[in-house]
Ligand binder design. Structure first.
Ligand code: GDP
Length: 303
């Protein structure tokens, strides 16, 4: 997935080959290569600028520090190694998050409200997350409250059946009513986590946001996760920004990272919205789900 970026960073390293020290001027060709590849990979322009400026500032300042540190040692630290290390640390900082990805409730079942546009992979992700949580010894229950896409309720029931997780739905009721009734049902069934699959739309609209805001206020979930398709490039950042402004999301699940997305979303989302990517979807089946690790992503991006 990160081919474009990896190529850019490789070229940047080549530009620094043979140099022992980084300076304001000799770092420029390397930064240019990185800039081009970040833009080509759909990283948001403001994020590109901020990243390059931080790398430049650290790279030029830190050469001296590193020289002192390694003086007398046989190990030679090249300018290109420094550059890679600084880029790695900056990328990691831009994508990392503090603490556990899921906030657990005490004294009531933990609520995870899943939101996102139609086709982002939201319903699939609900099942993936349920499976992931069940593997940690918890007892999730899925709530089918996406009445916008006709097949979504049935799809969630099929997936729930596959992974042996109960799916709650009341026919003839509104999404808000279904979600509001879910906690009592979870308690009755002895389930300690509730995952709400809410309605999506093809585009963000006021009606969608109102419904989601109402569900949020009725169930007061500990977590609101936005599901975003990594393949939609820069639009994923715009989507994340809108949902965050309106609902205050706790984090993002970035789906379809197994496809040929160029990776810009992974780098930009937290920097632009303040909400970190917490999980990633890496395939269609319910086991293709991972915790998002900034360190590993940074290494993959650097190639
Ligand atoms: P929803 O409309 O947001 O509920 O989307 P769905 O859960 O129905 O998913 C839309 C399509 O994306 C389906 O064909 C899923 O199998 C597919 N999908 C979901 N997550 C992933 C993923 O991580 N990787 C790939 N390759 N496909 C995915």
């Amino acid at each position: 997935m990160f081919d474009t970026l990896a190529r850019g960073f490789r070229q940047a390293r080549n530009r620094l080959a043979g140099l022992t020290e980084l300076s304001e001027s000799n770092i420029e060709p390397a930064l240019r290569e990185v800039r081009l590849s970040l833009l080509e990979a759909d990283v948001e322009i403001g994020v590109v600028k901020a990243f390059l400026s931080r790398v430049k500032q650290k790279a030029v300042g830190r050469t001296l520090e590193a020289k002192v540190k390694h003086e007398g040692e046989t190990m030679q630290v090249s300018a290109s190694d420094h550059f890679v290390k600084i880029c790695h640390d900056e990328l990691e900082a831009m994508m990392s998050h503090e603490g556990e990805p899921i906030v657990w409730a005490s004294g009531r079942p933990t609520g995870l409200m899943m939101v996102g546009l139609q086709g982002s992979g939201k319903t699939t992700t609900c099942a993936k997350l349920a499976r992931h949580i069940a593997k940690q010894g918890k007892k999730p229950m899925l709530v089918a409250a996406d009445m916008q896409r006709p097949a979504a309720v049935e799809q969630l029931k099929v997936l729930g059946n596959q992974i042996k997780i109960p799916v709650f739905n009341i026919s003839g009721k509104s999404p808000v009513e279904i979600c509001a009734a879910a906690e009592a049902e979870a308690k009755k069934l002895g389930r300690d986590v509730i995952i709400y699959d809410t309605a999506g739309r093809l585009a963000i609209d006021e009606k969608l946001m109102q419904e989601l805001a109402e569900i949020k206020s009725r169930v007061a979930p500990e977590n609101i996760f936005l599901v975003v398709d990594a393949m939609i490039g820069q639009d994923s950042v715009k989507t994340a920004r809108s949902f965050h402004e309106r609902l205050g999301i706790s984090g993002v699940v970035l789906t379809k990272l197994d496809g040929d997305a160029r990776g810009g979303a992974a780098i930009s989302i937290k920097e632009v919205t303040g909400a970190p990517v917490l999980f990633s979807g890496v395939g269609e089946t319910t086991d293709k789900f991972e915790e998002f690790r900034a360190d590993g992503m940074a290494s993959r991006i650097l190639g």
